[in-house]
Each structure stands twice: as structure tokens, then as C-alpha cells.
Design a binder for this molecule. Sequence first.
Ligand code: MLT
Ligand code: MN
Ligand code: ZN
Length: 299
Amino acid sequence: MLLQVLGTAAGGGVPQWNCACPGCSGARAHPHRRRRHASLAVRAAEGRWYIVNATPDIGDQIEECPALHPGPGARQTALAGLVLTDAELDHTLGIARLREAEGLEVLTTGVVREALLTRLHLGAVLGSYTSLTWRELPGERPEPLTPDAGTDIDCVPLCAKRPRYAAGTGPDHASWVVALRLTDRATGASAVYAPAVAAWPDTLQAAVNDADCVIIDGTFWDDEEPRRTGISDRTATGMGHLPVYGPGGTAERLAPLRARCFYTHLNNTNPLVDPGAPQHTLLAERGIGVAADGMVIEL
Ligand code: MLT
Ligand code: MN
Ligand code: ZN
């Protein structure tokens, strides 16, 4: 299985266009600190890739990843389709960016598809440009990404947190936000990708216990970060992101795992966006890393 990290930032990116916080200013001064929106490319078969979450950066993310470049035919794309972990704007705005596609397969849960169709009107708007084929993200039994794929996919429902634009709509069940599990059919090696984690059900614990690689929500370092930095009057948990560190933090859950673990979806207020921050040492002592844009993971 081959995974390519296309971006590692939460909504807004690093730097965010209207933000002069230390993280964003640091990234303007030191371009190697820039992070594109969190996204992952998964190779289904030779020259056939799925992109997990369609971010506002998706066009640039494709350009920066040679494996995703088109060719040899004039309009022959390496992109087989999209997989969505949720309906948040930072994970879905990029779908419109792909309207030049001949057609596009999109794997989502039912509630996410309905939000995109009935609240964002993606089907009605994009129908004049391309044809979207919706496929249910398998929850019970893993399925091959494509019939010839060496990689199976399934998901673990995490929570009923809706995007703000879909507040109060749709049924209240946990498939609004899911963790993806990708499993190599030949070796059994698996990766869990969960850029938004508001809750930690036993099913997620079971998936990470078995995994070889875990790439997970590192939006906020601690629960008070959003309030302390003035970006919100809610805690990290209240915003739908379990913090990395401190009581209820995910680092303590990741530390005992045998999997290689990486944080992604870093908000620009997170001290981890500064490569010199001491918080990196605290994670390294627990055997946990921070994903970098461009990172390649082979399992
Ligand atoms: C989130 O991760 O909580 C959302 O993407 C926030 C947003 O709407 O930008
Ligand atoms: Mn987000
Ligand atoms: Zn900022």
C-alpha cells in the first residue's frame, strides 16, 4: 500500500489568508513551515489514485505530487476518485475545483452525501460541468477501492458533528464524521486516517490497535487552545477535535500502540506548526510524529 500525504493543515491552512498569529506569520517568514489543507492520496492500482478529502488546495496538491499528474493521454488523469471523511468545507470545497473531470466517483457515507447534495447543492451545480457518481463508503465489510485494487477500504463512524452549514439537518448518527481504514489485501497491513476526531469509540480503539500506521486529528495541542488564542469561545473538544495533549488528549492513547503514529489537520494556532517548538519533543518521547506535506508512507 502506498500513501502520499498531500497536506496537513486544518481549515484555513498555514498560513491562513487573514491571520497574523505566530504560526501564520512564522510560515510567511519561513516558507518550509507552510502546510496545505489536510489530505491523503491512496494508490488503488498502478497509476490509479484516490484522494481523501477534496480541499481548497486540491489543484496545487495534484501538481505537487508527480504520481497524480495526468498523461500520457491529453486528458488522462491518475485520479480514480475521491473519498470523504466528513462534509466539512475544508474537506469538500475542492470538489468544485475538479469540475473539468469527465466524471468523478465520490465515496461518502449517506448523511455526508445528502448534506453535499441538499445543503451545498453540489449535484445541481456541478451537474452542468461533470458527472458525480456517489458510492457508499463501506462500514460493515471492507471493499476493494477498485475491482483491481490491492487496497481495501472501510470506515469507522465517529460522531454526529455536522458542518455549520448543515446544522440541524439529517439524522443524528455517527457517520457524519468517520475514520477510514485502508488495508493491503496481500499483506494485511492497515492504515487508519482520521483527520477529525471528536469522540473515541471502542471501534476506533480496535482499529488503531490493529493498525500499522495511524494518521490522526492534531488540530489543537490542548483543550484550551482555541479560547486562549482568541479564535473561539469553545474548547477544542467543543469544536469537535479531541486535543493532542493533557486530560482527554489523544497522545496518551497513541503512545502504547505498535503503529507508526502521525498527527495531521494542524490548526495554525497549534504550537506544533513551529518545528522548533518543545511540544515536538514531548511527542517524540512517546514515539509519535507530526505528518509533513509530501510524506510518503509505504506499508
Ligand atoms: C473543523 O475541522 O472543525 C472544520 O473544518 C472547521 C471549519 O469549518 O473550518
Ligand atoms: Mn477541518
Ligand atoms: Zn494564524
